[in-house]
Design a protein around this ligand. Structure first.
Ligand code: NDP
Length: 461
């Protein structure tokens, strides 16, 4: 599966709102080459500038101008020895974006494609997402250009230990609490936490997504995918509809995609696609529990290619393609950024798609979002729809502080409640006079307001 071309500078700058246009021109000049970051800021700016115009207190204090500059950006070298004894060198990153409403919080991504612009886009999105969860969490993001694919477990361990030797200077249970993201799952979190614990000689909730044996929360692995389907269910419920009986297309086959498929099944829907970076499989009969177990084993244990699913279950594999041409009611882009472009969005609409839940961060290009908004389908942007993961990370922090564990049922009930509350905030700030909800505006404004109000309280710092 290939990703779409990101928006050009011209597209990122051009706006009907002259304030947005001037702001983006300046931002791109000051931070050249950070295209993904510009895209994330542009999407938020379009919603926030009219809100700031109506509430000049935020304008005078230049809150948005402050928010696009991270509190701190940490770049570091990560040296490790591979299985042949050769020295390998990777780039480490941690962008501590904003601690206005709590300790920096956000995942670590290990993927060869990353750059500073990737982590700035992810960290910026995290500001609004974490605010929407209603929990006290600031925003950060980090990781490395290290590629875990094809590495032995021991190589991954050596890399994680070296990465943490430097990162440990900058994080702490009340300072900055990283978690997983692409390429960072249970195995990597275990190695990272083990190294931190040994160096700091303390056992605190400095990372989330930990194993259950050492302080993890039940439902954390499931939370992003489950939460995304709950969010879509909330959007549909407002229209008197539900996921039950709906055909769904899902991209990705990692953590978020797996639990998205699981919750679609639980709510009576049918998921017919999954993908990875090599292409997608289309299973018209639907992915049932046995097939989902196969995917989990394939991707989490054997670390194989999704084509093996097609071979095992006798369905079609489409090499280097994305699944958006498959006819479906609901789309769940759950792999990576810019994986759904304008043409894909038009195809989804033509095929009768009524809702999109972004499990991934920024999977839809700006042009694709415009198509969804123009056609007024239910579009749940990532910062709202995939906030369930970080929400349960927040609950993992709470349980670690209490030295206590909630049951599976208790955590899932809290997740469901948080997703409903995120949905309600989007409605409160995104509903127009006709009753139509623009979830992009709703999520951006609701997420911004809480952080902005906290910043106003602090004065000029
Ligand atoms: P995983 O590493 O578990 O899975 C990622 C999936 O996306 C894999 O199927 C991978 O394919 C595919 N993928 C990754 N990069 C690319 C690419 N450049 N082109 C095509 N396919 C790609 O990650 P997660 O499931 O955790 O994360 C998926 C998305 O969800 C990301 O955008 C992440 O930021 C977001 N997210 C994750 C949260 C979490 O709790 N984990 C929370 C909120 C958002 P392959 O196996 O071939 O690499």
């Amino acid at each position: 599966m290939t990703t779409a071309s990101p928006s050009t500078s011209e597209t990122l700058i051009h706006s009907e709102n002259p304030s947005v246009q001037a702001f983006m021109t300046d931002l791109i000049k000051k931070t050249p080459h950070e295209t993904e970051f510009h895209q994330a800021v542009r999407e938020v700016a379009e919603s926030i500038f009219p809100f700031i115009d109506a509430n000049p207190v935020y304008k005078t204090a230049k809150i948005f101008e402050q928010l696009v500059v991270p509190d701190r950006t940490i770049l570091f070298r990560v040296c490790w020895a591979d299985d042949k004894g050769q020295i390998q060198i990777n780039q480490g990153y941690r962008v501590q974006f904003s601690n206005a409403i709590g300790p920096y919080k956000g995942g670590l991504r290990f993927h060869p494609s990353v750059s500073l612009g990737t982590f700035k886009f992810l960290g910026f999105e995290q500001i609004f997402k974490n605010s929407l969860t209603t929990l006290p969490m600031g925003a950060g993001k980090g990781g490395s250009d290290f590629d875990p694919k094809g590495k032995s477990d021991v190589e991954v361990m050596r890399f994680c230990q070296s990465f943490m030797r430097e990162l440990s200077r900058h994080i702490g249970a009340n300072i900055d609490v990283p978690a997983g993201d692409i390429g960072v799952g249970a195995r990597e979190i275990g190695y990272l936490f083990g190294q931190y614990k040994q160096m700091a000689n303390e056992f605190t909730g400095v990372l989330t997504g930990k194993g259950i044996a050492y302080g993890g929360s039940l439902i954390r692995p499931e939370a992003t995918g489950y939460g995304c389907v709950y969010f879509v269910e909330e959007m549909l419920k407002r229209n008197g509809d539900s996921v039950k009986g709906k055909t769904c297309i899902v991209s990705g086959s990692g953590n978020v995609a797996q639990y998205t498929v699981e919750k679609i099944l639980a709510l009576g829907g049918k998921a017919v696609t999954v993908s990875d970076s090599t292409g997608y499989v289309y299973d018209p009969a639907g992915i049932d529990h046995d097939k989902l177990d196969f995917i989990k084993e394939l991707k989490n244990v054997k670390r194989g290619r999704i084509e093996e699913y097609a071979t095992r279950y006798g369905c079609q594999f489409f090499a280097n393609e994305r699944p958006w041409s498959v006819k479906a009611d609901i789309a769940f882009p759950s792999a990576t950024q810019n994986e759904l472009d304008e043409q894909d969005a038009a195809t989804l609409i033509k095929n009768g798609c009524i809702a999109v839940g972004e499990g991934a961060n920024m999977p839809s290009t700006l042009e694709a979002i415009e198509v969804f908004r123009h056609h007024k389908i239910l579009f749940g942007p990532g910062k709202a729809a995939n906030a369930g993961g970080v929400a349960i990370s927040g609950l993992e922090m709470a349980q670690n502080s209490m030295r206590f564990h909630w049951s599976r049922e208790e955590v899932e009930a809290k997740l469901k409640d948080i997703m409903a509350r995120i949905h309600a905030q989007c409605v409160a700030y995104g509903q127009d006079a006709t009753g139509h909800v623009d979830y992009v505006t709703g999520a951006n404004v609701a997420g911004f307001k809480k952080v902005a109000d906290a910043m106003l309280s602090y004065g000029i710092i």
